[in-house]
Design a protein. Structure first.
Length: 292
């Protein structure tokens, strides 16, 4: 089962191109620090501005460098069902363990449209699917009833990355789908609360720069040691906030640059973060004990 701290990996760039060496270094560091699985080509990985060729290559690099040490959940989402399916076929062939598939954005499909989207993906590929429900970016919200329908009728749908920010959804979804439905937080700040309500982990932005702390928090909470988990939560709360002072992945890429992981370079329409945001990020890193 997929659980624990699962970084939604940034995609390092240098001079406009994917920085393969930096990405391989990031993947290896994540595993050595205790991350439980990895997600390439999600929103944090700037998938909207990767070409299809780059998207496939980043997925391949992640799987190759991971070398089976932890599961790889490949980002395969699109607002085009057939494009998402193409990404899933590639991910399966490259050796991914599952696909993270965001609800189609911009199109604003109905609940029936959402179900049919995942049904096509389910029927045409045997790769396990984790639904990514993020109304704030996709504009559509998959309801509990539709999600339960997907889980019960589509054998490859195994869980959700829940970025609704509504912790009550966790209990509602657990009651509707049962304990075998994998529930992963899509928001670092609610990850501990989600686990307390029966969740299984977090697909994390902060884990890009604090993988050891995020893994330790997940290990503690999943083991029922909420005292220890709260101590870690207090240490990283300001860092979680700092990662979203401006649109992600701007702050986390700047933090990665400060830590020597990779360049803060992004692609338009993402632009460098403001100096005020840089100061907030640097301060949060220092408070968490990650930067001198």
């Amino acid at each position: 089962m997929f659980k624990g701290s699962i970084p939604a990996l940034i995609t390092p760039f240098r001079d406009g191109q994917v920085d393969e060496a930096a990405f391989r270094k990031l993947v290896d560091w994540q595993i050595s620090e205790g991350s439980h699985a990895l997600v390439p080509c999600g929103t944090t990985g700037e998938s909207p501005t990767l070409s299809h060729e780059e998207h496939r290559r980043v997925t391949e690099i992640c799987i190759d460098e991971t070398a089976g040490r932890v599961p790889v959940i490949a980002g395969c989402g699109s607002n085009s069902t057939h494009e998402a399916l193409d990404f899933m076929h590639h991910a399966k062939g490259a050796g991914a363990d599952a696909a993270l598939v965001v609800t189609p954005y911009y199109n604003k499909p109905t609940q029936e449209g959402l179900f049919q989207h995942y049904k096509v993906l389910n029927d045409a590929s045997d790769l396990p699917i984790i639904i990514y429900n993020i109304p704030g970016r996709s504009v559509v919200d998959m309801g509990v009833e539709t999600m339960a329908r997907c889980f019960h009728e589509l054998e490859n749908v195994i869980g959700v990355k829940d970025a609704t920010g509504n912790v009550a959804r966790v209990a509602q979804q657990r009651i509707a789908m049962g304990p075998d439905f994998i529930q992963l937080s899509g928001e670092d700040q609610t990850a501990l609360a989600l686990n307390a309500h029966g969740g299984h982990g977090c697909i994390s932005v902060t884990a890009n720069i604090a993988p050891g702390l995020c893994a330790a928090l997940q290990n503690a909470s999943l083991a029922g040691d909420y005292k220890k988990a709260l101590e870690i939560q207090d240490r990283v709360t300001a860092l979680h906030d700092a990662m979203f002072v401006e649109s992600s992945p701007g702050p986390v890429k700047y933090a990665a640059e400060l830590l020597g992981i990779c360049s803060a370079e992004m692609r338009l329409p993402m632009v460098p973060i403001a100096q005020e945001t840089k100061d907030i990020v640097a301060s949060a890193l220092k408070n968490a004990g990650l930067l001198d």
